[in-house]
Design a protein around this ligand. Structure first.
Ligand code: NAD
Ligand code: UDP
Ligand code: UDP
Length: 322
């Protein structure tokens, strides 16, 4: 029997074939955990976890979290949910079901196993925020019947379920409010701003700015975000969150476009289009709590992270062209 066999953790990652989930699987395997990745491959892809195919401590399970799941694990990271507006608005009812029924099933599993469970929540719970930066105490400004509501309200309801399972059933919960994250393995066609702009810049196509580009976002590099998730999971049971995880450096969408044109050496020009409804005008995390509780603070500047991401997309498009 290998050394440390009994102390090895079995970790369930739902949404593990997605962008963030696949990086999380990598990191957990690197530190010696066993990983069960459950994903229905709606927006995730086997390509993201191809390199883990023969890994002795990795297992993939094609599973939709809106259905019950009976497995034996020590920790659960619940990431399953489409995350980009194009994908979560494709079948909005399924999006809400994924957040709400998915949370109920995974919390039911955690309750039976008496194990820790972490929810990948989102800065979208703040909606179109009236204050900036957003601290965890802010209750948000969300349109409950708009096009983004299936995602925003689904995630808000999931947070409610997490806290009620905690209070009512004593489930040890961790809620991370993740702000815009970017990096290798982002879905190249999911319409998110970083992947759209890099794809357009590399093809010398027009860069599609929605609105006048003055709306802001704060972008965190994926490796640092995943580190934050693991640090939060590893806290004692009295730490529940919610905790903001994001890079506080704030950029307008126009600034982002100009940076990407510059870094790719592209001939692209900017083109301006209608702003989607309920598109938040500003977003920036207050990171005080993450610093205090987790000693976590992102350090990778946007220019550096974009460099890694541009290289990934260049390689990906070369493979596609073959
Ligand atoms: P992603 O779309 O790449 O990953 C989501 C994964 O969940 C995919 O692999 C998808 O196939 C899977 N999935 C979707 N519905 C499912 C279902 N019903 N059952 C099982 N699997 C299902 O997105 P991501 O960026 O990796 O996001 C991961 C999580 O982090 C999501 O919960 C998202 O809401 C949250 N989040 C991400 C960001 C970000 O900027 N990337 C920001 C805030 C929150
Ligand atoms: N559940 C699951 N795996 C388990 C235990 C529960 O998927 O190991 C699901 C099951 O579908 C259940 C849900 O989690 O309906 C909520 O469980 P809970 O124990 O809170 O409620 P109940 O079983 O009473 O509906
Ligand atoms: N956006 C844009 N052009 C695009 C894609 C997105 O101007 O091709 C804008 C979008 O309207 C939003 C911001 O970029 O204001 C971030 O969009 P994304 O979908 O990446 O994330 P979210 O809106 O969920 O923060």
């Amino acid at each position: 029997m290998p050394k440390n066999y009994r102390s090895r953790k079995r970790v369930l990652v739902t949404g593990g074939a997605g962008f963030l989930g696949s990086h999380l699987c990598d990191r957990l395997l690197e530190r010696g955990d066993e990983v069960l990745c459950a994903d229905n491959l709606f927006t995730g892809t086997k390509r993201n976890i191809d390199h883990l195919h023969n890994h002795p401590r990795f297992e993939f399970l094609r599973h939709d979290v809106t259905f019950p799941l009976y497995v034996e694990v020590d920790e659960i990271y619940n990431l399953a949910c489409p995350a980009s507006p194009i994908h979560y608005q494709y079948d909005p009812v399924q999006t809400t079901k994924t957040s709400v029924h998915g949370a109920i099933n995974m919390l039911g599993l955690a309750k039976r196993l008496k194990c820790k469970i972490l929810q990948a929540s989102t800065s979208e719970v703040y909606g179109n925020p009236r204050i900036s930066p957003q601290p965890e105490e802010y209750w948000g400004n969300v349109n409950p019947i708009g096009l983004r509501a299936c995602y925003d309200e689904g995630k808000r309801c999931a947070e409610t379920l997490f806290f009620d399972y905690h209070r009512q059933h004593g489930v040890p919960i961790k809620v991370a409010r993740i702000f815009n994250t970017y990096g290798p393995r982002m879905h190249p066609r999911d319409g998110r701003v970083v992947s759209n702009f890099i794809g357009q810049a590399l093809a010398d196509e027009e860069i599609t700015i929605y609105g006048d580009g003055s709306q802001t976002r704060s972008f965190c590099y994926v490796d640092e975000l995943v580190d934050g998730l693991i640090r939060l999971m590893d806290t004692d049971d009295d730490v529940t969150g919610p905790v903001n995880l994001g890079n506080p450096a704030e950029f307008s969408i126009r600034e982002l476009a100009e940076l990407i044109i510059h870094q790719t050496g592209s001939k692209s020009v900017l083109s301006f289009h209608d702003l989607p409804s309920d598109d938040p005008t500003q977003r920036r995390p207050d990171n005080t709590l993450a610093k205090e509780l987790l000693g976590w603070e992102p350090k990778i500047p946007l220019e550096e992270g974009l460099g890694y991401t541009i290289r990934y997309f260049k390689d990906l498009f070369q493979i596609w062209d073959k």
